[in-house]
Ligand binder design. Structure first.
Ligand code: FES
Length: 182
């Protein structure tokens, strides 16, 4: 035996074995617990996809005379815990304002939340609940309209030359300011 080598101590070796076993056991118990915690917390980091742009229609679905058409907005939705299948999240009126430009309005009346109709003969939108009237460009048409603001215009993007993508959003009713509902 080399003179610098310590003789093996059976008591010390037994203690180290036990300590290692305890540590490995503790880690083995901890890792599944941590994994479960990450799985549990993971949905909190996900964002709602309902607030992004949604493909609503194709340009060729809109007449060239600028008259609006109504479309459902369908999107998949993910909240903090659940990813839901594609469901209607609202509706919009789309109208051409040029060859490759489109205007979009939320169909909800800014007065109290009814759905507005489009009257082709009057070339304007009309709310059946309290008779607000809106011009083709969404502005209040009749000064007697109880709506505190015009129709809520939404951001539109034309992608791939023909796809109409709308940033769908609802806004507070009964308010002159256009305040998004989150
Ligand atoms: S809800 Fe449209 S006018 Fe009142």
């Amino acid at each position: 035996m080399h003179e610098n080598t310590l003789p093996e101590n059976p008591v010390r070796r037994g203690f180290l074995k036990k300590a290692s076993a305890v540590m490995i056991g503790a880690l083995a118990g901890l890792i599944p617990g941590l994994a479960g915690l990450f799985v549990f917390l993971d949905p909190l980091r996900r964002k709602s996809h309902a607030s992004g742009s949604v493909l609503v229609a194709s340009l060729n679905a809109l007449p060239e005379d600028g008259m609006p058409r109504k479309f459902s907005v369908i999107a998949s939705h993910t909240d903090a815990w659940t990813r839901m299948p594609e469901v209607p999240i609202g509706a919009v009126y789309l109208r051409r304002t040029g060859e490759k430009t489109v205007q979009a309005f939320n169909v909800v009346c800014p007065h109290a939340g009814c759905f507005v109709d489009f009257k082709p003969d009057q070339k304007s939108y009309h709310c059946p609940c309290h008779h607000s009237a809106f011009a083709l460009d969404g502005l209040i048409k009749d000064s007697k309209s109880p709506s505190p603001r015009g129709l809520d215009e939404l951001k539109v993007e034309i992608r791939n030359n023909s796809e109409i993508w709308v940033e769908f959003q609802n806004f507070q009713a009964g308010n002159a300011a256009k305040i998004p509902i989150s």
